[in-house]
Design a protein around this ligand. Structure first.
Ligand SMILES: Nc1ncnc2c1ncn2[C@@H]1O[C@H](COP(=O)(O)OP(=O)(O)OP(=O)(O)O)[C@@H](O)[C@H]1O
Length: 462
């Protein structure tokens, strides 16, 4: 039975003149990775909000992970949401807490002991490339950094499902690549991911299942799909790009579609001395994602995306992205040596070495075998010692310090001019949402969620 089942779902917002969702039938199996695509206003966010039970369907059935959302009493909604991680473009970080505290708070709410939190938070932050930013407040972070905190918070409690609404919106290609690396690693731990996106390069590179919405209806549902729909925009350019996305880019023939299917990673159990369910979930998840990112196994989709980023592809719509060489890389990241090697190795196009880690990404030993579980409501603050240690570690690795000095980098090549979109595709033009990057106060003004994966009302009582 599918983990996510929607049957004949309609959604009509109050005062709306048409259905935001119209007779949606959608079934998603456990462990799937699904892209939701479609023009602005086609219903992607509405679909995600129904799955989170932020909105209720007007008609139809929604069953997710054993919960019947149409009949779920409001008092059980927070419990349901604990099994769903969310990464939405408005970040939903706790504006009055540091980066450290934002991640720690999520762990704290699921019952992770303080000792484990102290051990886990640095590892989580390292995984998402935020070592050294522990003491920063959300409003002191860039949009990409805020998004990474949101991802860190979303995955630490090992959700069954992760809903992501344009998690790479407004971010440069390299940062987007890092986010996709982490999402792909999370998916390989068994978490089902549903991600709405306008990012053509990501969809075409990853070759996951693609569900396209148009005026609230599902008009396309393809395994290993591409971004472009030839169904509604059957012009020659769209058709050619769609064919190219599936059959050609960079690494051979269509059989790569099959090779590109991600293999699940074993969730590590050994060597972890755990005291509580919350601690076990968080520790296992953090270790699994870290190992997925540092294992040397590169997912084919991520490798294609890395090559696409390296090639300077900015997507159909040619957003003015910063060049790769000027962008702080994280996750496995890209480094110039690998890129240069790749340039000279086009004779072996399936080589995925672009995405090898730049530095020793091995994690510190996990030594939190303590069982001194503290009160679930204990305030977890950022230990200076750990923070300083993390900063020193970053400096030793030449991480942020080096990357933040663009002067030391060679001048980047000018990115290629993207093709102008055909007139018929105007409705699919990538849309810039207003985010914390555009308006520094927007992240801080966001209404918090009620549960652990998101902001909860509990922190207000602190
Ligand atoms: N709270 C609301 N009240 C009334 N109408 C809404 C509301 N939220 C969304 N809509 C409408 O529902 C339709 C679907 O919107 P939705 O945000 O789901 O689209 P989307 O595909 O996510 O768009 P985008 O790509 O721009 O984020 C649109 O016509 C929109 O105007």
């Amino acid at each position: 039975m599918a983990l996510i089942s929607l049957d004949k779902v309609n959604k009509v917002y109050p005062r709306a003149t048409r259905r935001a969702l119209d007779s949606i039938d959608l079934h998603i199996d456990r462990g799937d990775f699904v892209f939701l695509v479609g023009a602005s206003g086609s219903g992607k966010t509405t679909l995600l909000r129904l799955m989170l039970r932020e909105e209720e369907a007007t008609d139809g059935e929604i069953r997710i992970g054993g919960y019947d959302l149409r009949r779920l009493p409001n008092k059980q909604v927070p419990q349901y949401r604990r099994s769903v991680g969310t990464v939405f473009q408005d970040y939903k970080l706790l504006s009055n807490k540091t980066v450290w505290e934002n991640v720690a708070f999520t762990l704290e709410v699921i019952g992770t002991p303080r000792s484990a939190i102290r051990s886990l938070v640095p590892r989580v932050l390292q995984t998402v490339g935020l070592t050294g930013k522990e003491k920063s407040m959300p409003q002191e972070l860039s949009g990409g950094e805020q998004q990474r905190v949101a991802i860190a918070r979303a995955y630490v409690n090992h959700p069954q499902i992760l809903l992501a609404d344009e998690p790479t919106g407004n971010l440069d290609p390299t940062t987007s690549l890092g986010i996709m690396e982490v999402l792909e690693a999370i998916n390989r731990t068994g978490t089902t991911i549903v991600m709405a996106t306008h990012n053509e390069e990501i969809v075409n590179s990853m070759r996951k299942r693609v569900v396209e919405l148009h005026n609230g209806k599902i008009v396309r549902d393809e395994q290993h799909g591409s971004y472009d729909s030839t169904l509604f925009f059957p012009d020659a350019q769209v058709q050619a790009r769609s064919h190219e996305a599936i059959t050609n880019p960079y690494d051979g023939d269509a059989t790569d579609v099959v090779r590109g299917v991600t293999q699940p990673i074993a969730m590590p159990q050994q060597g972890l001395q755990v005291a509580s369910l919350g601690e076990r979930n968080a520790a296992v998840m953090v270790q699994a994602v870290s190992e997925a990112l540092t294992s040397g196994h590169t997912d084919e989709g991520i490798a294609r995306l890395a090559r696409s980023v390296h090639a300077g592809n900015t997507g159909r719509y040619g957003e003015a992205f910063a060049p790769v060489e000027q962008t702080f890389t994280w996750g496995k990241g890209l480094d110039l040596d690998s890129i240069n090697k790749k340039d000279h190795a086009d004779s072996s196009p399936s080589d995925a070495s672009d995405t090898e880690p730049q530095a020793d990404a091995s994690l510190p030993e996990h030594n939190d075998g303590q069982t001194d579980r503290t009160s679930e409501t204990a305030q977890v603050t950022e230990p200076d010692a750990v923070s300083e240690q993390a900063t020193e570690q970053t400096q030793a690795q030449g991480g942020t310090e080096q990357a933040e000095d663009p002067q030391s980098r060679p001048a980047p090549p000018a990115p290629p001019t993207p093709p102008a979109p055909p007139a018929a595709r105007g409705r699919h033009r990538a849309r810039r949402k207003k985010t914390a990057t555009d308006n520094p106060t927007s992240a801080t003004d966001t209404t918090p969620h009620e549960d652990a994966g998101q902001t909860t009302g509990q922190e207000d009582a602190r």
